[in-house]
Design a binder for this molecule. Sequence first.
Ligand SMILES: [Zn+2]
Length: 245
Amino acid sequence: MSLRKLAFLSLFLVVACDQSVTDVPKDEAIAWPVDNFSAVTGQSPIDIPSSTTLKFRSGDPVFDYPSAVDLTSVANTGEYLKATAGGDAGIVIGGKRYRLAEFHFHRASEHAVDGAYGAMEVHLVHIAGDGSIAVIGVLFRTGAANTAIDVLWNAVPTTPRTSRAPAGAFDLRGLLPSSTSPYYTYSGSLTTDPFSDRLTWIVFKPTLTMSAAQASRYADLFKEPNARPLQSLRGRAIYERIGSP
Ligand SMILES: [Zn+2]
């Protein structure tokens, strides 16, 4: 290779590496990858490598979260807080509707991004009519108090293996970041028994906050951390939504 060609190639590489996420040309972003997830095996949680994600554009998921969903129960499982949702709140991915079945918390977060964990993580578990599962994960860091968290912490019984049912109306949107556009998605698994894989995971890039007092109140109630250790990627691709089509 001539020096001139080498110089040109180097310049190209520098420009390519310097390209920010939002600069990925529309026709270079890959198509929504979730259709392939049912064929990809692998366990969760994972450490998300933010610098090697494959960028894509999509209008999904579409959130159909009403301002008030009836919680049929808020349970103290003895290990974590788990709330079950009545009604028909859900999300739509690729035209398929997934109904919200339950949500629960992990301390500390299960997913990490570039090795960094959150103080906690909420998992919103959605199940489609064909049995396929899509889980949304939102990481919390310690900061401003979160009113949605107060509602849940006040509702959960202090006695292990008991539940409050019904547990009143709840605004699910309090568990979503203000922007639900930037997220990572990959094919993973349940992080508790039976660890079924081929699930669609969506982990938001923006985090939520809860106060140090809220975090310690939860830790007082659930003393043992309940985060599964990080699992190997084993060649799985991690995708990152960079905007709408
Ligand atoms: Zn979970």
